[in-house]
Design a protein around this ligand. Sequence first.
Ligand code: NDP
Length: 483
Amino acid sequence: MKVFLQFVVGLTVFLGVSFGLYRGYSFFYGKKGGNNYDWKVIQQKKNIIPVAIIGSGPAGLSAALYTSRAHMHTVVFQGPQSGGQLMSTSEVENWPSVGKKQGPEIMQLLKDQAQHFGAVLINESIKRVNFASWPYELITSDDQVVHALCVIIATGAFPERLKNVPGEAEPWGKGVTGCAICDAAFFKDKDVVVVGGGDSAAEQALQLTAYAHHITILVRGPKMRASAAMQDRLKKFDYITIKYDTMITQIEGDGSHVTGVTLQTPHGSEHMAIDGVFLAIGHKPNTDIFKGQIAFSPTGYIAHACRTQETSQEGVFAAGDVSDERYRQAAVASGDGVKAALDAERFLQHIGFDEILAKKIERLLYDPIAIADLPDIEPIESLDQFKQVVLESNVPVVIDFYTKTCSSCAQMMPYIKSTAAHMKNKLLFVKVDIEKVPELKNRYAITTAPYFIVVKDGLVIGRHNEAMTKRELFDFASRFVQE
Ligand code: NDP
């Protein structure tokens, strides 16, 4: 009986392991994509990228560091927020081994490290993908088609907005915002509310302490879910108040600014006069362009095979917050990026991509425009200079209002430079740091950053109060070109 039992247990273990190995193998190779990896097809294509990475947060850049260090030509499409969510995080004290550092500093180190090994980082977004046949097609916001041998998706997550709260949509960018690090400077000595009870809410409140007069954090439940360390930091400021069990039911404004909010509190409805609403109510994965191309989890994140970064499409990997609904930490995203890079390397080996093939396709590689060669945009630093350069200009002037901590402002600069170079002599582009010339911010009712106005003969003939893609900026500026 004992021998029989041992036999049954042994057989079960053997079958289990065999099935597991078979499933693991089949998930990794062969069964999903059914692709024909025909190298002759590749040699008829142009704009080839062996490893294309979409997104430039900790996941995308850590993947780029590994793939480029492994001598795989890597192009990172940085997307609308170069550097990802850490760019709007001030102090980071849980990035392993560096002690306390600013989020943007960490991302700069990571960029430098990836570039050191040869990764090419470009200020471009991907607007469409086609994973139906290999090599995979990626269409840039500039309408270029590139062909990727493998793809690492690291598009992260974007901040949620309130739903069904009257008044939220209209004043977006005029007092309702999701980015304290971009917009805090507009709320000097003002009273503001931060909505949310997580680490992002604590982070935004702390960023506002350098500017705002009073900050009220509105937490919908009985306690904050932010880490104890973050909650301790909040306690150091006597002008931060936390209201629990409180929800916003209405945002009021005068058409150009927020003036107050109505709150639902445990004691009933309450009105609060405030000047700004900072939302920090969680994030949603950036997955729109991948719908219909790969499999998702029931909650809308990109699905993985167990303990790998593979997606349902062979040769397409995902890393970081776009596929992580559980941990959502920068260090975890970075680890995911490393795993995705190793998975990508293994995939390329599997399909026979070696040094000989890499050499053969060298002349077909995607060669993005070097942004370093574009001319600089003139900074306006005084009212006199503004009068001379802008008010006396013969052509319309596009003014880019920015703050030095606003990452989407920095991200847009290469787009502005290339649009300016394109429209030379027809349109003039200048930039204004709102903290250096606050009079201009007040004169033109600038309420957020980046903010673009177009001035001709002293009159404002165009406005745009949000970050734009390269194409959107080009289309916006084209409307004011004088032929
Ligand atoms: P979280 O999901 O952690 O928190 C979202 C908060 O918003 C919760 O308190 C939630 O309430 C509240 N909320 C959701 N919907 C609404 C609504 N409609 N009205 C009012 N409140 C609402 O998201 P975060 O963006 O804060 O953080 C995401 C991840 O990033 C986390 O893992 C966090 O630890 C990490 N992070 C780390 C930082 C750091 O270490 N420095 C900085 C920022 C983020 P409820 O609790 O009731 O669900």
